[in-house]
Design a protein around this ligand. Structure first.
Ligand code: SF4
Ligand code: SF4
Length: 348
């Protein structure tokens, strides 16, 4: 007989660090999305507008859904705060340093769903979700007791912190649900005060168009010039509002080989810039960073070099991909060339 407890045990066996169950009902926080979109905070993420209706209720994702199983996996492999790095090195958000979580988590969820059907019978309906699916997983995580949604919009588990992937399974099975997590941010405003771009415009309200994660990952075109200095040394994403969070001061580190695979953080921006497209592709291969085009990565690297203050790197920008002069090379897109021109001007 399948129960919430047996599913949670199996989830932990499969490599998840926490698991809870929420009801597949019209939870109040699900209705915040339209207002957030109407305020323009999604910027160019048109897919969020297009999928807003689907995201309004998990029963649009799985019509027979009665329960939502939410699983979390810690991805953090380093201590608190930005690690000591060489000058001119790049920051890569912690979640993107290991293997591509979409693939790893989907495989684990498929194993969990398959095990559930073995226990309950083939008629059991399940649908897995991992980030890219049209599910507001943070709302269900809060109602599954996995963690509360902090003022930085991340889900925080009191024992594990917030460096945690969230994913889950909607199912037709009516399971015992967990008590929702309680908000424990209190009077703290560290994340709001520490955000270098002022992207957290109010508690729990993120203006994504100001967020370094959005600027370095979500947009294909040029990063607005006024925002380039704020990118600093972030080549892919940003962890500042999580690094400063008191709930991450003594973070649980994972030994999961999926997240400890290849170090991508702390590489030299200049050295990365000089790689050919093939070499740059090898650098990101297998990670979530492949969701950014090589041109996007070069745009970010040029921006980081421009912010480095190291004038010697000006010459490096003139040697894209070790002198490759192929027009199809990613260093020669208008967006990258614009970032290079900006970087050279800033380094003068
Ligand atoms: S990820 Fe960085 S830029 Fe975005 S809200 Fe957090 S601190 Fe601000
Ligand atoms: S830094 Fe403070 S306010 Fe922000 S999420 Fe953490 S506890 Fe909440």
């Amino acid at each position: 007989m399948l129960t919430s407890a047996s599913i949670k045990n199996q989830a932990l066996t499969l490599g998840f660090d926490v698991c809870g169950v929420a009801p597949a009902t019209a939870l109040p926080e699900l209705s915040f999305l339209p207002e957030w979109l109407a305020r323009g905070f999604a910027g160019d993420m048109i897919y969020l507008h297009k999928s807003a209706h689907a995201r309004a209720d998990i029963r649009h994702f799985l019509p027979s859904a009665r329960s939502v199983i939410v699983a979390g996996a810690i991805y953090n492999t380093e201590g608190p705060g930005p690690a000591t790095r060489d000058p001119g090195s790049v920051q890569v958000a912690r979640y993107a340093r290991g293997q591509d979580y979409h693939l790893v988590l989907a495989e684990r969820l498929e194993q969990l769903a398959s095990w559930m059907r073995e226990q309950q019978g083939a008629s059991l309906e399940t649908a897995i979700f991992v980030d890219k699916h049209h599910v507001q997983e943070r709302v269900y995580a809060q109602h599954a007791g996995v963690g509360w949604i902090g003022k930085n919009s991340c889900v925080i588990n009191p024992e594990l912190g917030s460096f945690m992937f969230l994913c889950g399974i909607a199912t037709s099975l009516a399971l015992d649900v967990d008590a929702p997590a309680t908000d424990q941010c209190g009077a703290c405003t560290l994340c709001i005060d520490s955000c270098p771009t002022g992207a957290i415009v109010d508690a729990h309200v993120l203006d994504a168009t100001k967020c370094i994660s959005y600027l370095t990952i979500e947009i294909d075109g040029a990063i607005p010039e006024s925002q380039r200095p704020q990118i600093g040394d972030h080549a892919y994403g940003c962890d500042i509002c999580q690094d400063v969070c008191p709930w991450n001061l003594a973070p649980v580190l994972t030994a999961d080989p999926a997240w400890t695979a290849t170090p991508r953080h702390g590489a030299s921006a200049g050295e990365l810039w000089l790689r050919t497209d093939d070499e740059l592709h090898q650098f990101v291969k297998g990670s979530a960073m492949t969701h950014l085009s090589l041109a996007g990565l070069r745009r970010n690297l040029a921006t980081v070099i421009g912010n480095s203050g190291d004038r010697a790197l000006t010459a490096v920008l003139d040697r894209p991909g070790r002198g490759v002069r192929n027009a199809a090379h990613s260093a020669h897109t208008p967006v990258v060339e614009d970032a290079v021109a900006w970087a050279k001007g800033r380094l003068k």
